[in-house]
Design a protein. Sequence first.
Length: 601
Amino acid sequence: MNTNRLTNRDVAAILSGVAARLQILDANRFRIIAFQNAAESIRNLAQDINAVDAAGELTSIQGVGKGIGDAIHHLLANGSDPEFDALFAQVPQGVVDMMQIPDMGPKKAKRLWEELGIDSVAALRAAAETGQLRDLKGFGAKSEEKILKGIELLTKRSEQGADERTPIGAARPLALRIIAELRSRLPDSAIERIEVAGSLRRWKETIGDVDILCVSTQPALVMESFRTLPEVADVVGAGETKSSVVLGNGLQVDLRVVERKHWGAALQYFTGSKEHNVALRELALKQGWSLNEYGLTATGDGDAPAGEQRFFEEEAGLYAFLGLDWVAPELRENRGEVQAARQHTLPELITLDQLQGELHSHTTWSDGGASVAEMAEAARARGYRYWNVSDHSIGLGIVQGVDAEKLRRQRAEIDAYNRRCAEQEIDFRLLQGSEVEILADGSLGLPDDVLEELDVVVASIHSAQRQDRETITGRCLKAIRNPHVDILGHPTGRIIGERPPTEIDMERILQACLETGTVVEINANPARLDVSDVYARRAVELGCKLVINCDAHSPRELELAEYGVGVARRGWLTAADVINTRSLAAMLALLKDARKGSSDQ
Ligand SMILES: [Zn+2]
Ligand SMILES: [Zn+2]
């Protein structure tokens, strides 16, 4: 057995490294895009790349053709590929790193490297600080200053963690606040429309820069107001219709003002993703139009005379012109959505208002901050019909868990609350459950006879998370096969930007969930988003059911549901795939069937 087995992430990183080097070497554009696409697909692939290779199915991965497939096969078998090795030897990693500096494209990096021999970010900083760049054609004292500023920003970001992207849970509230502040500072007439674009609009789990678009007849006023917002730590770009600022936490926010007639194309363009936009541009070209952020221009290859222009006030108009249904931003990742839009087979995505209740939450009985009644009131205020109290079981170590005796006392409290609701004819029901710990050997933190009495059981891992792949997968499978376990909570255990997922074999886990009717959780806490969009989509492909849970430890955390819905939509989920869109009776019937099903096995 090869002990230096490459993971999906390793392979994706190597392919990205190849793409970056090809960019610097000014290779064929399509070859560069091919490697970028393959890297992105593999980074998002639910199955283990080694398993896909063993089955001889590498080319079934989107964006992986015969050539790249063969290279990956080499890579997995030998740990290296001669062509890749040559590229990596030719262009130093330091030059690739330089491309991470804002505004430093491959062309500039290449010139600095070839003409001045600069081959690392540190060398570039030293050269800029000592004024060595200003003699290079096209560079000046001003670009030295800009490069130094860029390096500072880059360092700041990497100090905040290996991942320079900001978790959506931090970026989204900030972006919404900026929009609200602009609206309150400016007269109503100044802003006709304003919206976030970019990865934030697509609900990606981490965000690079925040992009905001607006339609205004007074761009100067809008720009001035934006650059002087109290959150702004630094202004890095100040144009007539575009400004870029850096907030105190290092997050860059770009604001662009566009004309109303360009809104549809601009919003589409700046929402991305890059891969989706490439696919759309290619489709437009086939129809004789070139597409950019302003609209379509006839190339002369189609029916319209060259140079003819089309503008779109709405995105839907642009998509329709190209023969496509409007594609929800969450789907724009070039994962089959363009084809589905053409065939009118896009899914009707789940929406936040379809959730009728939640099945994972904590109260002061374990580590929650509010009582059973306080949490219930908050759930009712959101319009929920049911709510499962699932405090931690014993076996967690740090948290004071709820044992059988405490569960009996808690049941009395829950029954009393439900009686009060019934007396007042309120259509709401508290359920009693547990977030039972999956112990290191796969047994559970509560005995079966206690679990049997509970309405909804969530089983999760919080301890011994560094077990190897076989051990932790086996441990989890044992829990899934327990007939009393209804839901697998935050299956991979990751904390975005802090703790990587466990080594768990998700493909086997999802298969077992399907066989036993165990529901897969999308934990909506933006620090978790677990399972991710990719696994959510894989789960549905296999036929699993999912649940969106806030895992709320306080009434305020009930607000987080929208992040879970974002993941679900990115995973192509409809309301039918998610059990807490069902009525209480239908949801409980589904879980009961599953319990019966697993005990029959
Ligand atoms: Zn948990
Ligand atoms: Zn929990």
